[in-house]
Design a protein around this ligand. Structure first.
Ligand SMILES: [Zn+2]
Length: 384
């Protein structure tokens, strides 16, 4: 785990850079003429079904087929949980919504609450232990850009995707007081504000439904402290903590933890946390080498495939794929996520679902039937 931990710490620095890049992208996008707004909300003529509604039907049907208790001895479906942190980029939402639609997939987006604040209103955010208006990842840009994000989030919800929280200011180790040192009171203040930003956006048409969980910035946190705040805010799950191999979610102090798997990456001959920035650090030390994007995409896709096979032929634990809306190193890492989503979600006995979907499925199960699978050893990618 030492390797993973080092990777995480260094990854924090890259996250800040990536967030800055994402913001730069968002700003560029903001200078384009606004897209036609009305199309998504128009009534759908029966003769030519809206592809969005077709996707909603198919993704829901795929999940519904498994929303029942397993019979004793029956194999669970292989769940894959595509999850994205930050989710403030319009271009990435366009890509994810299109690919998820084709793949009959649902995904979970973890929203950084500061993206709902226009830059001009940044002082509405009071980061725990800091002056008002500070954020390691910037804010939402112009009012028009925030409104576009709201419309992206609405569209994501309409298609059955889930929105959780990536908290707000994204303060990682080295940027103190970082979330890894926060007390319960600080987590509470952070979540109170996240929900206040979401509530304020309701006036502009945003309805996230119930936010039931999240992923902490840079996967950091003192868990006893953080879990208490999650429980106080009605969360049912968290998906921040790394572990060795692919394992079933466990109950941690009243919060269902969807563990982030660390698995062997065949091309690198080493074990890496299956999170995009950790993969980047592992592949080339986090350098920007856009000319190698296709090569990196192949390495990462191969890692995802190997992890899927390990779970599907092993303990059948849900596979969590963590990613950001990034274009690191020419976009090779995001490209791998897209390619994997496009192929894996349509496989037999496979369901790409949200964290709350999988949570609801687990709650439907007879614990003794599921324990047969939960007691199996963590799934690992074998050495050749
Ligand atoms: Zn992040």
């Amino acid at each position: 785990m030492g390797d993973v931990r080092r990777g995480r710490r260094r990854a924090g620095e890259w996250l800040v850079l990536a967030a800055a890049l994402a913001l730069a992208v968002a700003l560029l996008v903001g200078q384009e003429p606004p897209p036609p707004q009305a199309a998504a909300a128009e009534p759908v003529p029966v003769a030519s079904p809206d592809p969005v509604d077709v996707q909603v039907d198919r993704a829901a049907a795929r999940l519904d087929a498994w929303m029942r208790p397993l019979a004793p001895g029956e194999r669970p479906p292989q769940f894959v949980l595509f999850s994205f942190d930050g989710v403030g980029s319009h271009r990435h939402w366009e890509r994810v919504l299109a690919i998820a639609g084709a793949a009959q997939a649902r995904v979970t987006g973890f929203l950084s609450g500061v993206y709902l604040l226009p830059d001009a209103e940044r002082r509405r955010y009071h980061p725990p232990g800091r002056a008002a208006g500070a954020s390691a990842i910037g804010f939402g840009g112009s009012r028009a850009e925030v409104d576009r994000l709201i419309s992206d989030l609405k569209e994501a919800r309409r298609r059955g995707h889930e929105i959780g929280t990536h908290y707000n200011g994204h303060f990682c180790a080295g940027d103190e007081p970082a979330v890894g040192r926060w007390s319960t009171a600080m987590w509470d203040a952070e979540l109170d504000q996240f929900f206040a930003f979401v509530e304020a956006a309701r006036e502009r048409g945003l309805d996230l439904g119930q936010v039931r969980g999240g992923r902490t910035p840079c996967l950091e946190g003192r868990w006893v402290q953080a879990y208490a705040a999650m429980r106080a805010h009605g969360f049912t799950y968290d998906t921040s903590r790394p572990t060795d191999g692919i394992v079933w979610p466990t109950d941690e102090q009243g919060i269902r933890e969807f563990w982030m798997p660390s698995v062997r990456v065949p091309a690198l001959r080493k074990q890496v946390l299956l999170m995009d920035y950790n993969l980047w650090i592992a592949v080339n030390g986090g350098r920007d080498e856009p000319e190698r994007a296709a090569e990196f995409s192949d390495v990462v896709l191969d890692a995802y495939r190997a992890a899927y096979t390990a779970a599907a032929t092993g303990n059948r634990a849900p596979l969590v794929i963590g990613s950001h809306f990034n274009r690191w190193s020419g976009g090779g890492f995001f490209d791998a996520v897209e390619r994997f989503m496009a192929e894996v979600c349509l496989r037999p006995e496979t369901v790409c679902a949200t964290h709350s979907d999988v949570s609801a499925w687990i709650d439907l199960q007879d614990p003794e039937v599921l324990d047969v699978w939960r007691r199996k050893p963590p799934a690992h990618v074998p050495r050749p």
